[in-house]
Ligand binder design. Structure first.
Ligand code: SDX
Length: 432
C-alpha cells in the first residue's frame, strides 16, 4: 500500500490515495476531493489529469516509448499487420489462427454499405472535405443498424457494431475520395486483404484495375499500425466522453473523427505538407520559418513539431523517417519536400527555442510525405489517420462501457463571470 498524498486545506490535512500504474506512473486520486473539501482541481487542457485507468496503450514521453497492450510499436510494425493489431487493441491479446480468420472473415463480410447511402455522397459538393463527409457518414451508418443503437448493448451486439465499423469506415473513406474526383464507387474484392482492398477502392478506375505493389501495401499497413492508438489523445478522449453518455459507438466514432480533424491534432498531417509546400515556394528559406515559429506575435507554428506527451523523439516519427527514405527510394520517387522536411528538422533540433521546449518531430511530420508518395491527395491525409486510429477509438469505447466504474464525463469549472445582478428593462440600458 502506498502512502497517501497529503494536502493542507483551510488548516485541515487531507489524505488522498496515490495510484501506481503498471509502469510505475503515479497519480493522486481526487475522486473524493470535492465531496470532502468543496475544492475542485483546475487543469486547462487536462495536461496533468488522468481521465481513467486503461490497459490498452502505454506511452513514456521522456523515453519515447509506445506499446499497444504491452507490445512495442517497432516490433508490431515489423512483425504484425494492421488487422492483427486491431484485434490486439480491441480484444487485449494477439489472436490465435482460428480467432484471426474468423475476425477477418467477419470484417470482409460487412464490406458493403446500404445502397441508399450512395446518394448521400452525391449530395455533397465536389470540393467537400472528406473529413466532413466521413464524420457524417459514420453517424449515418447507425440509421441502417437500429438494432445496434441500444444504450446497453450486449457483447454480441457490441461485436457486430465493431465489425461493421472496422469494415465500412474504409469504404466510406474511399467513396468520399471517389466523390471528390467524380469517379464511380469501387467495391471490395473478397480475395484482397484489408489494406489492399482499401487501395483497390481508392485507385481502381473503370479504365484500369489498381494492383497495389507490396512496397506500398506494407507501408500503408505500417502507417495504420503507427496510428492505431495513442492513449487519451484529444480524439480518443472525445470518443470516451461521448460514449460515457451511453451514446452508441457510431455516434462516438463520428465525434472522434471531428476532433481528429483539427490542425493541432490529426489535421496536422495535412498542414505539414501545406507548410512544406509554402516553404518550397518561398525558396526553401528555412530560417525564416523557424523564426516565424519562435515569434510569439506570429500565429505560425512549425506543424508536425511538438507533443503534449513526448518530450523526446516520437517513436513513430523515428520509424516514419526511415520509411520515407526506404519507400521513396523503392518507388524511385525524388520528392524535394522530404529534403525540406529533413532540412527544417536539422535546423530546429539545434535551435535553443526548440531544445528548451523539447519540441521534436511528431507522427504527423513525415507521414504526409509517405501518403503523397502513394498517390493520396493532401485532403485525404487526415482521413487516413482516422482509418488507422479507428481500432484504438473502438478499443477505448469498449473498455469504457465494460468498466463498471464508468460515470458520465462531466468536468466542473471555476466560475469567473458576473456576480448576481438584477434585470433592467431595455429602455433603461445604455451602450457599454
Ligand atoms: C497528434 O495527444 C496525442 O497523442 C496526439 C497524437 C496522437 O497520436 O493522437 O500524437 C497526434 O495530434 C500530434 C500533434 C500534431 N500537431 C501538430 O504538429 C501541431 C503543432 N504542434 C503544436 O501545436 C503543439 O506542439 C501541440 C498541440 C502538439 C502540443 O501542444 P501543448 O502540449 O499544449 O504545448 P504548448 O502549445 O503549450 O507549447 C509549449 C511551448 C509554447 O511556447 P511557450 O509559451 O512555452 O513559450 O512550446 C511552443 C509553444 O508556443 N510550441 C511550439 C510548437 N509546439 C509548441 N512553437 C512552435 N511550433 C510548434 N509546433
Amino acid at each position: 500500500m502506498t502512502d497517501p498524498a497529503k494536502i493542507l486545506l483551510d488548516g485541515q490535512s487531507i489524505d488522498l490515495p496515490v495510484i501506481i500504474g503498471t509502469e510505475n506512473e503515479k497519480g493522486i486520486d481526487v475522486t473524493r476531493l470535492q465531496a470532502t473539501t468543496g475544492y475542485l482541481t483546475l487543469d486547462p487542457g487536462y495536461a496533468n489529469t488522468g481521465a481513467c485507468r486503461s490497459a490498452i496503450t502505454f506511452i513514456d514521453g521522456e523515453k519515447g516509448i509506445l506499446r499497444y497492450r504491452g507490445y512495442d510499436i517497432a516490433e508490431l510494425c515489423e512483425k504484425s499487420t494492421f488487422m492483427e493489431v486491431s484485434y490486439l487493441l480491441i480484444h487485449g491479446a494477439l489472436p490465435s489462427q482460428e480467432q484471426f480468420s474468423r475476425f477477418k472473415d467477419r470484417v470482409l463480410l460487412h464490406s458493403l454499405i446500404h445502397e441508399d447511402m450512395k446518394s448521400f455522397f452525391n449530395s455533397y459538393p465536389g470540393h467537400a472535405h472528406p473529413m466532413a463527409i466521413l464524420s457524417s457518414m459514420v453517424c449515418s451508418l447507425s440509421v441502417y443498424h437500429p438494432e445496434l443503437l441500444k444504450p446497453n448493448p450486449n457483447p454480441k451486439e457490441t461485436s457486430q457494431t465493431i465489425t461493421r465499423l472496422l469494415s465500412k469506415v474504409r469504404v466510406l473513406a474511399a467513396f468520399a475520395y471517389k466523390r471528390s474526383v467524380g469517379e464511380a464507387f469501387v467495391y471490395t474484392r473478397p480475395e484482397l486483404d484489408y489494406v489492399s482492398n482499401f487501395l483497390h477502392m481508392m485507385f481502381t478506375t473503370p479504365m484500369q484495375d489498381y494492383e497495389a505493389n507490396e512496397t506500398i501495401r506494407k507501408a500503408l499497413d505500417v502507417l495504420f499500425i503507427l496510428h492505431a492508438d495513442h492513449e487519451q489523445n484529444c480524439s480518443t478522449s472525445t470518443v470516451r466522453m461521448v460514449g460515457s453518455s451511453k451514446a452508441n459507438l457510431f455516434a462516438s466514432i463520428s465525434a472522434g473523427v471531428c476532433a481528429l480533424w483539427g490542425p493541432l491534432h490529426g489535421g496536422a498531417n495535412q498542414s505539414v505538407i501545406e507548410m512544406l509546400e509554402d516553404i518550397e515556394r518561398d525558396g526553401c528559406n528555412y530560417k525564416k520559418y523557424i523564426e516565424k515559429a519562435k515569434d510569439k506575435s506570429d500565429p505560425f507554428k512549425l506543424m508536425g513539431f511538438g507533443h503534449r506527451v513526448y518530450k523526446s523523439y516520437d517513436p513513430r516519427a523515428v520509424i516514419l523517417k526511415t520509411y520515407c527514405d526506404q519507400i521513396l527510394d523503392q518507388l524511385g520517387i525524388n520528392d524535394p519536400i522530404l529534403d525540406i522536411a529533413k532540412g527544417l528538422e536539422e535546423i530546429a533540433l539545434t535551435d535553443p527555442y526548440f531544445i528548451e521546449r523539447k519540441l521534436y518531430p511528431n507522427v504527423d511530420f513525415y507521414s504526409g510525405i509517405l501518403y503523397r508518395a502513394m498517390g493520396f491527395p493532401t485532403n485525404m491525409f487526415t482521413v487516413l489517420f482516422a482509418l488507422g486510429r479507428l481500432p484504438g477509438w473502438i478499443a477505448h469505447w469498449k473498455e469504457m462501457i465494460e468498466d463498471p466504474n464508468t460515470r458520465i464525463a462531466r468536468p466542473r469549472q471555476i466560475y469567473v463571470g458576473a456576480p448576481l445582478r438584477d434585470y433592467t428593462p431595455m429602455n433603461h440600458r445604455t451602450d457599454p
